[in-house]
Ligand binder design. Structure first.
Ligand SMILES: [Zn+2]
Length: 328
């Protein structure tokens, strides 16, 4: 566990902080797509939030379609009706010859599978195009290019039956229909472009909120550290959403971020961390727009300032406020 150096001078009022960044944080910050999101400075805007929510849910839909394409089998009713049509069109078939019948059923199955799978592949293609289009629309509107949050991948399908034979790099394989696929040239390809798994995690675990708030504090002149495990005076480590120190204001702040309403328990938990670590005051950022009166009372008594409705907030107003902030 090393010393966490937020600023070069150090605050005389408080002892040095010891702690470490969790491995998951360090690795997530090194993901290219996430770097781009952090640098955009737009994590707290409604537009970016909506975009991420849309492209992530569409990506999940694509993954579900891929699962569907892998497992889909023709429905018995479809096989029956195809068989009836076939028999009508070919009165010469001898239905007592089981070999002939097997062959016909085999052909019908392959044909049906291909028809259904090509429907799924068309849908996958359509969804991926909509993801890429949304990213492009955002670039045109804001000048921020987020194409690096997407991962490109290729699905190789058996030309005979449409079944997925490999994903990503091509591998020689035997298809379930019996076709041996030796070369990627013998497959039809479906290109997919969906949101990177790390970006998905970053958004779904609300890390976007913590980093968005960190950027806000940095703009207000704070040295910051996001998501560190900090050693308290008790000897217990606490995970702190954002830590901030400001030399000009000579203060240290402990910051919590919540993508939901705040309860009384949240305030006491935060106050516990604050007093164990040592800081001038706490800042609570929440996406919730209303704060219960009792929560406000506790906040006031425990030196915690609450900023509500943080998604789509007036960032400039908050930055000005933080610059002047010196509660003690
Ligand atoms: Zn096949």
């Amino acid at each position: 566990m090393g010393k966490i150096t937020l600023n070069k001078i150090g605050l005389k009022q408080w002892p040095d902080l010891f702690g470490e960044k969790t491995r998951s944080r360090t690795s997530i910050e090194s993901v290219v797509g996430i770097k781009v999101l952090l640098m955009s400075g737009k994590l707290l805007t409604i537009e970016l939030n909506k975009l991420l929510s849309t492209v992530i849910s569409t990506s999940t839909e694509v993954e579900n379609l891929i699962i569907k394409a892998k497992s889909q089998n023709p429905v018995a009713d479809d096989i029956k009706s195809e068989l009836k049509t076939y028999i009508k069109l070919h009165p010469e078939i001898d239905l007592r010859n089981s070999k002939v019948v097997d062959e016909i059923i085999g052909n019908i199955l392959t044909e049906l599978m291909q028809k259904m799978k090509s429907g799924v592949y068309t849908e996958i293609d359509k969804q991926c195009v909509s993801i890429v289009d949304s990213i492009e629309d955002y670039r045109l509107a804001t000048g921020v290019d987020l194409s690096s949050i997407l991962n490109k991948d290729t699905i190789h399908c058996c030309v005979k039956c449409g079944q997925i034979v490999s994903r990503g790099a091509f591998r020689t394989s035997k298809c379930i229909c019996g076709n041996i696929v030796n070369s990627s040239r013998d497959t039809s390809k479906v290109n997919i472009e969906i949101v990177d798994e790390n970006v998905k995690f970053f958004f779904q675990q609300n890390e976007w909120l913590e980093y968005g708030v960190e950027t806000l504090l940095a703009k207000a002149g704070y040295d910051t550290e996001c998501g560190a495990l900090v050693l308290g005076m008790s000897g217990v480590k606490h995970e702190i959403d954002v830590l901030g120190e400001n030399i000009g204001l000579n203060n240290r702040v402990v910051v919590e971020c919540k993508n939901k309403g705040i309860g009384i328990d949240d305030m006491f938990k935060m106050y516990g961390k604050m007093s164990d670590i040592g800081c001038n005051y706490g800042l609570m950022f929440t996406t919730s727009r209303s704060i219960h009166r009792d929560v406000q009372k506790i906040a006031k008594a425990k030196n915690i300032k609450i900023y509500s409705g943080i998604l789509g907030c007036d960032e400039k107003g908050i930055i000005d406020d933080l610059r002047q902030e010196n509660i003690i």
